[in-house]
Design a protein around this ligand. Structure first.
Ligand code: HAM
Length: 422
């Protein structure tokens, strides 16, 4: 039997209802905050991701699904959505339509990481991106929106971590100091960090290897190197979060795994998922629109790990697959022919209805109705046909009423508060 690709998964009925519920809560909340949905392709030219995420990041160096298409052009299954949203924003000149643009998008991403709980090779993200606002208010507004979403979904035990990565003015000073420090403690660093040291030294700060973590305790602190506009921006973000009673931790090691960030970065972390602690992450990326060929536009956004969100919520609640409103248990050919006609009529009228097509005993049909959670069962056999009346049984109260066959569709629909076509 051909099985799933490792790290990929099916989302089956029974679980998909929770995904749908979350999607509905997200759409309602994000739209209240002024976001519009955008849908972007699953594949892009490889250069788009290399240039935006950064050549020396783990994602670009080792995790992308990249291959030549039939003409030899290099294409990549998207490892994240921000680069594509920026590309669409530039390509369709969306900045010319309105100075401030807010988008959200939900869909699958692909990274060839080592699969484990909370980490997949195809996973889903809920993304929000804002273009055209430099003010710290938008940083706070996004974090408030994200916290509100988690509250509405009753996700508990999460912590907001924030940091500032400075800007193109002040970060080089910090990088130089960090490089010098790393040079002095090389013997304590893991092989990955020795490699990162030259190309991407900031990443050493969030290495999870215990020896590296210990060495980083004495590392220079980014916040000490911020220029005054960056300091002021970060202070304002904190002030606004305090006003709206969002609790947060300033985490100087929060540098994020993608290169496009500057100033505010944030993550929502949880202890519910073992090693995979981040449910959501984001930050400012003021230089990316320009890097990808657009005008100089400030931007900020975040992505929620949808799979991780579902896993946390599933630990707290049981979502039931909704059963049909009605099941038709018909016995004998004549009854089944009639029942099929009613079935289609009910389906068309918006009454969720199922029936048994093969010849099964009444007992077996009632068992199936019960198993799939049907609310009512319409029973029709030889006797009912002869008397021109069928039984409608309420599966929870066990009450039964008789319904005349003439005009049956309208009468059953009326029982459910629905109207027929004529
Ligand atoms: P990211 O931190 O790489 O950021 O991913 C965001 C979230 O996606 C993570 O916090 C995690 O919950 C989830 N995630 C990442 N990789 C996996 C995986 N292999 N399996 C399951 N879940 C995963 C970004 O992607 C940025 N584009 C976020 C952003 C938007 N920044 C600005 N705008």
């Amino acid at each position: 039997m051909i099985q799933l690709i490792r790290g990929f998964k099916d989302i089956l009925p029974g679980e998909v209802e929770l995904w749908q519920k979350i999607e509905a809560v997200v759409a309602a909340l994000f739209q209240d905050f002024g976001f519009h949905e955008i849908r972007i392709p699953i594949m892009e030219k490889t250069a788009l991701f290399a240039r935006s995420i950064g050549e020396h990041t783990d994602i670009v160096e080792k995790e992308m699904y990249t291959f030549p298409d039939r003409k030899g052009d290099l294409i990549t299954l998207r490892p994240e959505a921000t680069a594509s949203v920026v590309r669409a924003y530039i390509q369709h000149k969306l900045y010319a339509k309105e100075a401030i643009q807010k988008f959200y998008t939900i869909g699958p991403m692909f990274r060839r990481e080592r699969p484990q709980k909370g980490r997949y090779r195809q996973f889903y993200q809920i993304n929000a991106e804002v273009f055209g606002v430099a003010a710290p208010q938008i940083d706070a507004q996004l974090i408030i929106m994200l916290s509100t979403l988690l509250d509405r979904l009753e996700v508990k035990n999460t912590t907001v971590h924030i940091n500032s990565l400075g800007c193109f003015e002040c970060r080089p000073g910090f990088k130089a100091a960090l490089k010098e420090f790393l040079g002095e403690c090389q013997d304590q660093l893991c092989l990955d960090c020795l490699r990162r040291m030259e190309k991407n030294p900031l990443r050493v700060l969030d290495c999870k290897v215990p020896d590296c973590k210990k060495a980083m305790e004495k590392a220079p602190v980014l916040l000490d190197y911020l220029c005054s506009p960056c300091q002021e921006h970060f202070k304002q973000v904190q002030k606004l979060l305090n006003i709206f009673k969002i609790s947060y931790i300033i985490n100087q090691y929060l540098v994020r795994g993608l290169d496009y960030y500057n100033r505010t970065t944030f993550e929502i972390q949880t202890s519910a998922l073992g090693a995979q602690s981040a449910v959501a992450g984001g930050g400012r990326y003021d230089g990316l629109v320009k890097t990808l060929g657009g005008s100089d536009q400030p931007a900020i956004g975040f992505a929620i790990g949808f799979d991780r969100l579902v896993e946390i919520i599933r630990q707290n609640s049981e979502i039931q697959k909704a059963g049909p409103d009605l099941f038709i248990a018909a016995l004998g050919e004549t009854a089944k022919t009639k029942a099929f006609d009613w079935l289609i009529n009910f389906n068309l009228a918006g009454l969720k209805t199922e029936m048994e097509f093969s010849q099964k005993s009444l007992k077996t049909q009632m068992k199936r109705a019960n198993r799939i959670g049907a609310k009512q069962v319409l029973i029709i056999g030889e006797n009912e046909l002869a008397r021109e009346r069928v039984i409608l049984r309420d599966m929870s109260t066990k009450e039964q009423i008789m319904i005349p066959i003439s005009n049956l569709v309208e009468q059953v629909l009326a029982q459910f508060g629905l109207k027929g076509e004529n």
